[in-house]
Design a protein around this ligand. Structure first.
Ligand SMILES: [Zn+2]
Ligand SMILES: [Zn+2]
Length: 271
């Protein structure tokens, strides 16, 4: 991918390289998001409704707005991703291509490190964006979706998109990152985000109280954040929300209600 972008950049100019990068980023988000959307909001809408966290569907207007902002986000992410390549050419940033350079242990460590560092970064900038001044100006765009859909995952004010991406060049500058690690990390981030915004719960009863699984966020966790615009600021892990006491006080209880209601509706003979 790196050399394709470079060749296109050399042959057709930076505009074409930007368009190619942005399109790739958009498709990596839009294809899984649309698949989930088609199943959960169109084809299996009735059958799966029992698992819908908020027992209603958002208006078409909200979805149109989310897709428009997602296009803008992809263009910005594309521009900034090119910036990372450019920085690398200038000698800043340690994106590498041969696993042997640092070995497999480091390869897995760097992937885990990226996920944990991003989770921490996200929690704190997210809390910052809930400051009333910043919330009104930027973060409100994301929160216009009070009943989120898979397309909400890329629906940001342009300045929030820049802030969301800003961690990437910083991380590539502080530690060497293999190209495949970078690819897997961004894929994990996109898929987890889509799941968190999907509007459906898939985790089983007891998940939020389980010794290990309680540390992983659920779709209900982030859905509550959109519904109430307070509490539950975390991204992948339920670590910072637990440590900082920002989990919704009724998170466990509400999660169980959602799951129990789903089981009852899906199988009315079981009480
Ligand atoms: Zn928020
Ligand atoms: Zn969200």
């Amino acid at each position: 991918m790196h050399s394709i972008i470079e060749n296109i950049g050399l042959q057709f100019g930076p505009g074409a390289a930007w368009l190619l990068t942005s399109t790739t980023i958009f498709l990596r988000f839009a294809i899984p998001a649309s698949l989930v959307f088609l199943f959960a909001y169109k084809w299996k809408r009735k059958k799966w409704f029992a698992w819908k966290i908020q027992q209603k569907f958002p208006k078409a207007m909200q979805i149109r707005q989310e897709i428009s902002y997602s296009l803008l986000t992809s263009l910005l992410f594309g521009g900034m991703a090119l910036g990372v390549f450019f920085l690398r050419k200038m000698g800043y940033g340690h994106l590498y291509f041969e696993v042997a350079e640092y070995g497999w242990v480091y390869w897995f460590f760097s992937l885990a490190f990226l996920i944990v560092a991003h989770d921490t970064y996200f929690y704190w900038i997210h809390r910052l964006m809930h400051h009333p001044q910043l919330y009104r100006r930027f973060h409100l765009v994301h929160h216009k979706s009070t009943n989120p859909t898979p397309y909400t995952s890329f629906s940001f004010h342009p300045l929030e998109s820049v802030l969301e991406f800003a961690i990437i060049p910083v991380l590539t500058m502080i530690l060497p990152i293999h190209a495949a690690v970078f690819f897997l990390f961004t894929l994990w981030s996109i898929l987890f985000n889509i799941l968190g915004h999907t509007g459906y719960e898939i985790a089983p009863s007891g998940f939020t109280r389980h010794r290990f699984f309680k540390w992983l966020n659920t779709p209900t966790h982030h859905n509550m954040h959109h519904h109430h615009a307070r509490f539950n600021y975390g991204l992948y892990f339920n670590f910072w929300d637990r440590v900082m006491g920002t989990n919704h006080p009724e998170y466990d209880q509400y999660f169980e209600q959602v799951v129990e209601r789903a089981l009852r509706k899906a199988n009315p003979t079981v009480r």
